[in-house]
Design a protein around this ligand. Structure first.
Ligand code: KG4
Ligand code: ZN
Length: 338
């Protein structure tokens, strides 16, 4: 059998990433994260696209160097077509098209949300691949979705957020508490030291498998404002308990929906992805689900959960095997659906 080298490029949000895969094995996965957004407490699209333009050539160059190959050995170039920020997607799309044209090799478009899910199919020692059909929950600063995955390319979104993403719920709560951006990791760290039942926040009532997090953020804001009025040092005195309570509420929302999705579909294989899957509370809750509900759960290697090009590359490889290539007149699509 042949050795297939794929170059993959991801630029949908604020990380510029390039990766080389050989037959589904990652040889390199370079990610340039944009620090500039921290000052603003969120991703600034205009600044993101400028940074991508600056980073893209060095990042691709590094990925090729680190893989120990030359660009003439590449069989195809995979890139994120969408969804994402238009200005960001345009940089990766245009670059991928030009390089494929120059090297006279096929171009392969990849849906970013499918890639988060298919990241589980990267060849990686110690990680097993979920069998079909499985449920995938993608949770990050930009996404909150539950997807029924029937095979590599047959997927159906069965639930998603109607407002904020779950990562935003962490980050915006952190902002209310005066924590830095992104606040998810610090809330997680402090939650381990606090009492999750110290403060109760009502879970939003959303029908079916959809999510809503904007109401929770407002509830937290009002609660904190009220407490601070009575005791100006309320946050400082209770920070770990507040973090633990917020995290407990958010995880409860995620697990409730997973339970419902599993019940409705009869599927017990559950795979998660996206930056929030780093959260220690959600990992523990999933492990408990194995005992309590008979689930088998899958969490990919950390570097494949946050935005990265290796996950784009595995989709590129799977499409390459099927001869599923993309025309050179393809355009980026910020609202591309699964
Ligand atoms: O996947 P990601 O790196 O970027 C995208 O949003 O696409 O996810 C970043 C999000 C942020 O909202 C961050 O606060 C959250 O993931 N996050 C966490 C943890 N680590 C990252 N949230 C909770 N607990 C964590 N340990
Ligand atoms: Zn993402």
């Amino acid at each position: 059998s042949q050795n297939i080298y794929i170059l993959a490029i991801e630029s949908s949000c604020d990380d510029t990433s390039a990766s080389i895969l050989l037959n589904g094995n990652v040889l390199s996965n370079i990610v340039a994260s944009q620090k500039i957004h921290e000052e603003y407490g969120g991703v600034v699209p205009e600044l993101a696209s400028r940074a991508h333009q600056q980073n893209i050539v060095p990042v691709v160059h590094q990925a090729i160097e680190k893989a120990g190959i030359t660009k003439n050995m590449l069989h195809a170039i995979a890139f994120t077509r969408g969804p994402g920020l238009m200005g960001s997607l345009l940089v990766g799309t245009s670059f991928a098209k030009s390089l494929a044209f120059g090297l006279k090799i096929p171009l392969i478009e990849v849906n970013h949300m499918q890639a988060h899910i298919l990241a589980h199919f990267i060849e990686e020692k110690g990680f097993s691949k979920p069998p079909f059909p499985f449920l995938a929950m993608t949770i990050s600063g930009g996404h909150t979705q539950i997807v029924k995955v029937s095979n590599h390319f047959e997927m159906e979104v069965i639930g998603e957020t109607i407002d904020d993403a779950v990562g935003e719920a962490f980050d915006k709560s952190g902002k209310i508490l005066g924590l830095g951006y992104p606040a998810g990791p610090e809330i997680d760290r402090r939650a381990k030291l606090g009492n999750p039942k110290a403060f109760a926040f009502t879970k939003p009532k959303v029908k079916g498998l959809n999510f809503s997090f904007s109401g929770l953020k407002t509830a937290i804001l009002y609660f904190i404002q009220k407490q601070v009025k009575e005791n100006p040092s309320f946050i400082a005195e209770n920070l770990n308990d507040i973090c633990a309570s917020i995290q407990y509420t958010i995880i409860g929302i995620l697990i409730d929906k997973l339970k419902l999705a599993s019940k409705q579909t009869g599927i017990k294989h559950i795979a998660i992805g996206g930056g929030v899957s780093a959260n220690s509370g959600i990992r523990e809750a999933l492990k408990n689900g194995e005992q309590k509900f008979g689930w088998t759960t899958y969490v990919p290697k950390f570097e494949y959960t946050t935005d990265n090009a290796a996950m784009i590359g595995i989709v590129g490889y799977l499409k390459y095997l099927e001869g599923n290539f993309t025309e050179q007149n393809v355009t980026a699509s910020s609202r591309l659906k699964i």
